[in-house]
Design a binder for this molecule. Sequence first.
Ligand code: OGA
Ligand code: MN
Length: 281
Amino acid sequence: MSLLTINKLTSSVGAEVLGVDADRLASDDLLGEAVMQALEDNGVLVFRELGLNPQAQVEFCSRLGEVDYSSDGHHPVAGIYPITLDTSKNSSAAYLRATFDWHIDGCTPLGEECPQKATLLSAVAVAETGGETEFANSYAAYEDLTDDEKQRFGSLRVVHSLEASQRRITPDPTPEQVARWRQRRTHEHPLVWTHRSGRKSLVLGASADYILDMDLDEGRALLAELLDRATGPDKVYRHNWSVGDTVIWDNQGVLHRAAPYDPNSPREMLRTTVLGNEPIE
Ligand code: OGA
Ligand code: MN
């Protein structure tokens, strides 16, 4: 019998985990594996009003895999990164407006790092309006292609860049902004990611700039169409946050975005990331 009681939230992505409290999550050694399996099966797990404290959050994530400490320095607890548009709480807040577009974390790393395996957010403060987090299943995005499309798209390669994702929210950048974005190298990824499990997913989202060896506009139109199809309203789980909620997603198999919220809103999420070890190939 599974260790977890799970209630699916939509037919394609998201499930609520019932009957687990913060103490058990932080201390039960057996839960890690069960959570990872549930994540693989459901893409997103929701723990409502769990009230997980930052230390316990990092402890729990360390049961799921290797915690990412590379962005430390913005929060007193190692392994915690605050997601907020308030520049006094996070000096990189300006970049975070890019979370308003659909994306997969870690498609444009500094070096050759793999995309993060899983990301966990806990809500410390919520927006009065907006600020929900939305999720769509990128395995389902592949499965929903026609056989002909699966065939045709199987060999396409896509160039991803920080510049592409930043341009969507800052369409008229200064030359200095563009120069800063371009310091981050571009990455070439296949459109179809064949995972170690054998499952396939589409690698789409804000960082996807253009398709190699295809007319620029035609390639961009195809990327936009595939993203639209993957994220239609009937395919999305939208999490409406309450303080104390914890949500974790399989960053290898879902697209996500934040619904826009006022940059002056107190909304603050504490994020912990579990590193991935699966290259996009
Ligand atoms: C992230 C992210 C969305 C949100 O932390 O990677 O995209 O709703 N967050 O804050
Ligand atoms: Mn993100």
